[in-house]
Design a protein around this ligand. Structure first.
Ligand code: BGC
Length: 469
């Protein structure tokens, strides 16, 4: 029944045939771009395994330990800030290639230094690469994807991030159990960082084979180069219409940052930057960076807390897959509303468990896992999707960069303030603060975040125009 007959039917239905070709092509290209997410995830997780050994090796005090963890984020802020200007000028593809190179230099550089400052410099260089890829990978995917599948394809980037985090926990475990304590302190942490250069190199090579973003090409006045790429994505009739729509959208925009502060687009800026900051101040990286410490505070031993950390990585991975499946079906907004209300509830319970002295049982673990699952179906993927699709074509690069920069800056503030807050205010208050922020995110989403499911980027753009009056 299937086989040749089915194939012949496809030949008679050129539209369907085109659609099948496009999805294969776009998915492949998106997977390559999403690989940048693996590097992001790798860098998020690698230091948690290395830091204990580096502390001994370089005789670090508590401030230096904090700096060893967070200096990467300083690089990320710089990278995100540069990504907009550079990618608007030189194109998404070339800047991504440069970011991959920076990441490789950062990974190898973090592995070989004889001094602590050598490590810091290398880590900041790698961070610049991550700041750039964190902004440009979702943006590139959004610019290349057909509207119908855009949510899923951009969210692939988040799947890559959580895959990177999850794999890195195992790699850390594997490397540290290879030798004795002395070897761990002298060498294991070096291998942990060096391993990152493998996905970095793969990313760099594969990037050479992906096309430039057609939207960027049209913006540069090179529609002839954009058309064949759009043809492969959409098929003939739609591709020509896309070129016209994209050209038309540029006529409506000046491309200057000032445009973002005018009524209408100002709302887009508030949504983008607001969601970026809220993704961080609801506490996810307190769990990602400090999970073993939190579990130790509930009385778990070192081994148990390590296993629980891996469980966190697994749940994050599993529920991100669920989000990928849901994001173009139920939409971004519904996922955000369900996820943030459930996060608020989980954080409330975790706080109560600490406050009433019930932290030693399984409750904290169960509700942290539920909290991570709720993040993974909502703020995790949806925020990166929304910030890469809500801004107009001409200023998308710069505007997405502003939102990503705000996200990394908020990450820095949370990761720096979490340990002292935990010490001074205690775990209950700390988790309740994150809970209140989650509740706020729920209302923020409900009131001002628009649904962008199924709309083309140009349709989303016209949505802001209607808010101008
Ligand atoms: C966030 C990261 C976080 C990761 C966890 C991403 O969407 O931007 O800060 O570490 O999700 O899964």
């Amino acid at each position: 029944m299937n086989g040749p007959k089915g194939d012949i039917k496809l030949e008679h239905n050129p539209d369907k045939y085109n659609e099948q070709v496009s999805i294969k092509f776009v998915t492949l290209v998106s997977i390559v771009a999403a690989l940048g997410g693996v590097l992001f995830g790798f860098d998020t997780a690698v230091v948690s395994g290395a830091i204990g050994f580096m502390e001994h090796k370089f005789q670090l005090n508590q401030v230096e330990v904090g700096w060893a963890v967070s200096c990467l984020i300083i690089g990320c802020i710089i990278g995100a800030a540069m990504s907009g200007l550079l990618s608007d000028r030189f194109g998404r593809k070339k800047v991504l290639i440069a970011a991959a190179a920076l990441f490789i230099i950062g990974s190898l550089g973090s592995a070989i230094p004889a001094t602590f400052s050598g490590y810091i410099i290398a880590r900041i260089i790698g961070g610049i690469g991550i700041g750039i890829t964190s902004t440009l990978c979702p943006l590139y995917n959004a610019e290349i994807a057909p509207a119908k599948y855009r949510g899923r394809l951009v969210a692939l980037n988040q799947l890559a991030i959580v895959t990177g985090i999850f794999l890195t926990y195992f790699i850390n475990l594997g490397i540290s159990s290879y030798g004795d304590d002395a070897w761990d302190i002298s060498t294991a942490w070096r291998w942990m960082f060096a391993v990152g250069s493998i996905p970095g190199f793969l990313f760099l090579v594969l990037l050479l084979f992906v096309p430039e973003s057609p939207r960027w090409l049209i913006k540069q006045g090179r529609p002839a180069e954009a058309l064949p790429i759009l043809l492969r994505i959409h098929g003939e009739a739609l591709a020509k219409q896309e070129v016209l729509d994209i050209k038309e959208s540029f006529k409506q925009e000046t491309g200057s940052i000032r445009q973002l502060f005018k009524p209408g687009l100002r709302v887009a800026l508030i949504v983008g930057v607001g969601l970026a900051v809220l993704q961080q101040v609801t506490g996810i990286n307190a769990v990602m960076y400090y999970a073993p410490e939190i579990f130790k505070a509930t009385g778990a031993g070192t081994n148990a807390s390590l296993i629980q950390t891996i469980l966190v990585g697994f749940i994050n991975f599993l529920f991100t897959i669920l989000a990928l499946w849901l994001i173009d079906k139920v939409g971004r907004k519904v996922l955000l509303l369900i996820g943030t209300s459930s996060m608020a509830l989980c954080l409330l319970v975790i706080g109560i468990a600490f406050q009433t002295g019930h932290a030693a049982g399984p409750w904290v673990l169960i509700f942290i896992l539920l909290y991570v699952a709720s993040f993974a179906i909502s703020l995790g993927p949806v925020v990166w999707v929304i910030i890469s699709e809500i801004f107009p074509n001409r200023i998308r690069g710069k505007a997405t960069a502003i939102a990503a920069m705000a996200l990394w800056a908020a990450d820095y503030v949370v990761s720096q303030s979490f340990p002292p807050l935990l010490n001074s205010a205690g775990p209950a208050i700390t988790f309740w603060i994150f809970g209140i922020m989650s509740l706020f995110t729920f209302f923020f989403t409900w009131r001002i975040v628009p649904e962008t499911k199924g709309k083309s980027l140009e349709e989303i753009e016209s949505l802001w125009a209607s808010k101008q009056t």
